[in-house]
Design a protein. Structure first.
Length: 569
């Protein structure tokens, strides 16, 4: 008895069918997912000329009988679902019975397969809709699907393909994603006969990280995991210093399926809010697992999109799990799930591109990163002095702590501001003598439209004529630091907001600006009391180790590092 059946018409009509073959990488994805669905342990992907000339996926999965091999090429024939209800309980990557037939329609395909128990395998060729075979052939267990001359019969599509290098990088990316989600399978990607990527079987996810994302990322990511009733969220969050210029470092999976999902990306970005430089994106690998009934994967033919039954719950769970691990990053042991319970001043802050004079290798840092109670930190940590009127030096339990006074104070102020802002409004301080400001027309208009928000941010502003306004109070944290100048800068920024701005990040950047202006600057003397106070305040922060733009606020040199540097060991 074969496993593949034609889907009844009423199910076909429920399937988000359509074009799935956009480029060589789409073929690679479909064939590799088929191989995974067949229970393969080893999957070899060979491509030539960026996939244009040849794509071959060889697996050691369950294989097909000759009848199944023929049926597999028919549109809407699948072994993965049978009836409509099955669409709500999908546990395989494929389910539409469409991929092979669509690929066969735009290429010259050859399939060789043998099922366990069968003496011989079969070979089927299909080109321009014409099937040749099946012919008996000797072959190992499993299936190999070969796709030659993709789009040979659709010149328009061929024209849209990018350079070999680009197409190849898409293929590499797809395999990296699939490999991240399937660490129990061995993947090998060959290009023009050369091994390009190798993913041996791994017992856990963390070992795949460096293989898929590169060494630096692999060493600077932190494990997180949490679950509420039905939603399980786990993965690795890159430390903020790993940021990238685009979102391609954010890898999202739903039930092991790689997806592109705005809700999830947004949740990840929300978790990194105020931790990254402007327009930068984190590196994150996120797995969301939930019962198949809670997520619809039948949204788009390419299966890149999903719909959650309870998207709000998913969003909240993702934000809170990623945020929680970030709050603890400096204390975490990289790549491990364990972390100390205490929220204390970071034992160490490590990043590969830390400026000199002290540079350690990240591997060394790992051992110091974790001792939960290693560093008893502390407001009482003796203050040793200020370096270049910019850095504060403290002696800690097991070494030295260096603080960038501006970055640290910025972090402290930002957290205070955010708290006040979300609770209602930032504390203002009335000016003894209200000050009059004159603005350009667009600025005046923007100010009138945002009086309320300015008020929430601690600026009480009142129109008093064409383009003039009274400023009656200013935020307390700015009162001693040229508040009017900051106000004007903020108004300039507001007047440049377009129609489709992201309000939240726009306000974030205003609040960041306030924190920056309100914070003590570099090159300013600080008394020991002020320095100690700053350390104490920093310690209370949720994200003590980073300024709002993603720069480090503090770093640490342990005694053993000192010993090493002085050659005492
Ligand atoms: N590598 C393979 N090993 C074993 N069986 C396979 C393999 N590739 C395809 N098949 C069989 O062929 C059928 C059709 O494959 P096809 O990819 O066209 O559809 P699908 O995987 O069921 O759904 P989708 O169109 O969503 O991918 C599958 O249901 C499966 O039974
Ligand atoms: Mg398939």
């Amino acid at each position: 008895m074969g496993k593949i059946k034609a889907l009844p018409p009423e199910v076909v009509s429920k399937i988000a069918a359509g074009e799935v073959v956009e480029r060589p990488a789409s073929v690679v994805k479909e064939l590799t997912e088929n191989a995974l669905d067949a229970g393969s342990k080893n999957i070899r992907i060979e491509v030539q000329a960026g996939g244009r000339k040849l794509i071959r996926v060889i697996d050691d999965g369950e294989g097909m009988t000759p009848e199944d091999a023929l049926l597999a090429l028919q549109r809407y024939s699948t072994s993965k679902i049978e009836k409509e209800e099955d669409l709500f309980a999908i546990h395989t990557f494929g389910f539409r019975g469409e991929a092979l037939s669509s690929i066969a329609a735009v290429s010259k395909m050859k399939m060789v397969t043998r099922k366990e128990g069968e003496l011989a395998g079969v070979e089927i060729k299909i080109e321009g809709g014409l099937i040749q075979g099946p012919e008996a052939t000797g072959c190992p267990l499993g299936t190999s699907v070969q796709v030659r001359d993709l789009f040979y019969n659709i010149p328009a599509r061929l024209k849209f393909l990018k350079t070999q290098g680009t197409e190849l990088s898409h293929i590499g990316e797809v395999i990296a994603k699939i490999a991240l989600a399937n660490s129990q399978t061995h993947f090998q990607l060959y290009h023009d006969g050369k091994l390009l990527a190798n993913y041996p079987v791994r017992q856990d996810l963390s070992s795949r990280l460096a293989e898929a994302l590169g060494q630096e990322a692999g060493e600077n990511m932190y494990f997180f995991q949490s679950r509420s009733k039905e939603i399980e969220v786990e993965g690795y969050a890159g430390e903020p210093g790993l940021n990238r210029p685009n979102a391609r470092g954010i890898y999202l999976f739903v039930n092991r399926r790689p997806v592109r999902d705005r809700l999830l990306s947004h949740a990840v970005m929300e978790a990194y809010r105020n931790l990254l430089p402007k327009d930068r994106y984190p590196v994150v690998v996120l797995f969301v697992n939930l019962p198949p009934s809670e997520v619809d994967v039948n949204v788009h033919p390419s299966k890149w999109e999903v719909k959650f039954a309870d998207s709000e719950a998913v969003y909240r769970r993702v934000v809170s799990s990623v945020r929680e691990v970030l709050e603890r990053t400096p204390w975490l042991q990289k790549g491990r799930g364990k972390f100390p319970e205490l929220k204390e001043i970071p034992g160490v802050y490590m990043k590969t591109d830390l400026e000199k004079p002290y540079h350690f290798k990240p591997q060394e840092a790992i051992q110091f990163a974790s001792p939960p109670s290693g560093l008893k930190p502390t407001p009482q940590a003796p203050f040793l002095g200020q370096v270049d009127k910019t850095y504060l030096l403290f002696e800690s339990f097991d070494g030295l702590i260096l603080i960038d006074q501006h970055a640290a104070h910025e972090r402290v102020l930002l957290e205070r501001i955010l708290e006040e802002f979300s609770a209602g409004s930032i504390q203002g301080q009335p000016l003894l003598f209200p000050e009059m400001i004159e603005l350009s027309f667009p600025e005046a208009k923007a100010t009138e439209e945002h009086l309320l928000e300015l008020g929430k941010m601690g600026f009480e502003v009142e129109p008093c004529g064409d383009r003039t306004f009274w400023v009656k109070s200013v935020p307390q944290i700015l009162s001693a630091r040229e508040p009017i100048r900051t106000l004007k800068e903020m108004i300039q920024q507001i007047s440049s907001w377009g129609k489709n701005i992201d309000l939240q990040s726009s306000f974030d950047s205003l609040l960041q600006m306030m924190a920056c202006r309100g914070a003590i600057q570099a090159s300013q003397p600080m008394s020991p009391e002020e320095a100690k106070e700053l350390l104490a305040e920093l310690q209370k922060c949720s994200f003590p180790s980073r300024c709002p733009h993603g720069r480090p606020t503090l770093l640490k040199i342990t005694l053993s590092e000192l010993e090493k540097m002085f050659g005492r060991k």
